[in-house]
Design a protein around this ligand. Structure first.
Ligand code: BG6
Length: 480
């Protein structure tokens, strides 16, 4: 591993993302020894004029996961300094560079490099100006060696054109290996497990194709609404918020061909091919919903057409997947909180047990809550009768890996940015291909040509979505 001085700069330090995700993730990395206090310094930067201690006390309450001790928290907070300034003036960034440099010179009295990680906990509207400022004032000191990296998060634009514009603005200033586009679903344990599962197990190799698989569902449900984020959400909607990024990334890992190696570029090459093989989405294979009460939020316009729920069928035009529907489903204010992948196999031909009414084989990967994977299969019902029943082979992480702490997605991804591993980050051509798939549909929704159906909060969403699922071939299984 590289040594020398590491400066982590959290831009937008007083905002929600920084408090709830970025600083707690940094704290957990610190506690586990991944950030050494003799090397690392953390800088918060934002417009608000506050002191170092003000920032520390704002963050303090979010660091707790129960097991840390007060001493660790205080040590960590001492690593944080605050600089205030605007996002588009040289003055603030000159001050920031001065603060970082002072730290580097104090730590580098013997030897070491200047590693600067800029974490954008900011609205994307300021990304271009912040990139310009960093480039002009805050790059790592070349005489010390090291690097400068930026970490950015969605929304990357609202459609293909705006996303491409943002990409080229950033791309003019930073090279692709310096840009880490976070999709936090790629940091989830069971998402990271997908390639291992698929390519390290003989079981799956011959079955993972159109000859054996009938349909695949990728589902995200939340049992709460937009909760104070109505203003942001209404501009984007569930497709841009969840499906175009989180669920599509999962789909890529489920559907891609085996990469040449584990190298990030090889993996991302295969993901891009999946996206480029996608057929246009048909309006008749889309059901949108909006939960009743969504528009009561004062930040949401009364005539909002924004979907808070969507089910749609994606189709991949290639040798492995032709004819297999990938059913994407995401919704807010539903009856449960869950994210899972359901791979449903075809019926057994010439079934002599007549057991198909009980269900098909299904392989379920539950990303959250309670990480698990299980295979639904038909077995003889124990007892004297010769009858069949659906049962499961079940790997529940809570039981099987008792005592193992599963890291938070942000923790893992921030560590990757420090180590320079881009495997779990979205490459520019991947992002472009993702927008190409959804932009025509999104424009039709924005123009009011496709409208959401109202549904009750706490329900399964519009009944039409279940019909779409059945029409796509999904068979509900019972008896387990
Ligand atoms: C975010 C979305 O990217 O992911 C939120 O903007 C959503 O709307 C969140 O609630 C879900 O993340 P997780 O990890 O809780 O499933």
């Amino acid at each position: 591993p590289e040594t020398g001085c590491l400066s982590i700069i959290v831009l937008g330090a007083s905002g929600d993302l920084a408090k709830k995700k970025t600083f707690p993730a940094l704290f957990n990395l610190y506690r586990q020894g991944f950030l050494q206090s003799n090397e690392v310094h953390i800088f918060g930067y934002a417009r608000t004029k506050i002191s170092d201690d003000d920032l520390r006390s704002r963050i303090r309450g979010y660091l707790s996961r129960g097991k840390e001790n007060e001493g660790e928290v205080l040590e960590f907070l001492q690593l944080i300094k605050y600089v205030s300034g605007s996002y588009d003036s040289g003055e603030g960034f000159t001050l920031l560079d001065k603060a970082i440099s002072e730290h580097e010179f104090s730590k580098n009295s013997t030897e070491g490099s200047s590693r600067r990680l800029f974490y954008f906990a900011l609205p994307p509207s300021v990304y271009p100006s912040v990139c310009r400022m960093i480039k002009s004032y805050c790059m790592n000191k070349s005489d010390l060696g090291g690097w400068t990296r930026i970490v950015v998060e969605k929304p990357f634009g609202k459609d293909l054109a705006s996303s491409e514009q943002l990409s080229s603005q950033i791309g003019e200033l930073f090279d692709e290996p310096q840009i880490y586009r976070i999709d936090h679903y790629l940091g989830k344990e069971l998402v990271q497990n997908l390639l291992v599962l698929r390519f390290a197990n003989r079981f799956f190799l011959p079955l993972w194709n159109r000859d054996n698989i009938d349909n695949i569902q990728i589902v995200f449900r939340e049992d709460f609404g937009t909760e104070g984020r109505g203003g942001y959400f209404d501009e984007y909607g569930i497709i841009r918020d969840i499906i175009q990024n989180h669920l599509l990334q999962v789909l890529c890992l489920v559907a891609m061909e085996k990469p040449v190696s584990q190298k990030p570029e090889h993996i991302r090459d295969e993901k891009v091919k999946v996206l480029q093989s996608m057929l246009p989405i048909k309006d008749e294979e889309v059901v949108l919903g909006q939960y009743e009460g969504y528009k009561d939020d004062p930040t949401v316009p009364n005539n909002s057409n924004t979907p808070t729920f969507a089910t749609m069928v994606l189709r991949i035009h290639n040798e492995r997947w032709e004819g297999v529907p990938f059913i994407m489903k995401a919704g807010k204010a539903l009856n449960s909180r869950k994210a899972e992948i359901r791979v449903q196999f075809k019926d057994v031909p010439g079934d002599i047990f007549r057991c198909q009414k009980q269900g098909r084989n299904e392989f379920v990967i539950r990303l959250q809550p309670s990480e698990a994977m299980y295979m639904k299969l038909t077995v003889k019902k124990p007892g004297l009768e010769m009858s069949t029943v659906q049962s499961e082979l079940d790997l529940s992480y809570g039981q099987r890996y008792q005592g193992v702490v599963i890291p938070e997605a942000y923790e893992r991804l921030i560590l990757d940015t420090i180590r320079g591993d881009q495997q779990h980050f979205v490459r520019r051509d991947e992002l472009k291909a993702a927008w190409e798939i959804f932009t025509p549909l999104l424009h039709r929704i924005d123009n009011g040509e496709v409208k959401p159906i109202p549904y009750k909060p706490g329900s399964r969403g519009p009944a039409e979505a279940d019909e779409l699922l059945q029409n796509a071939g999904y068979v509900q299984t019972h008896g387990y």
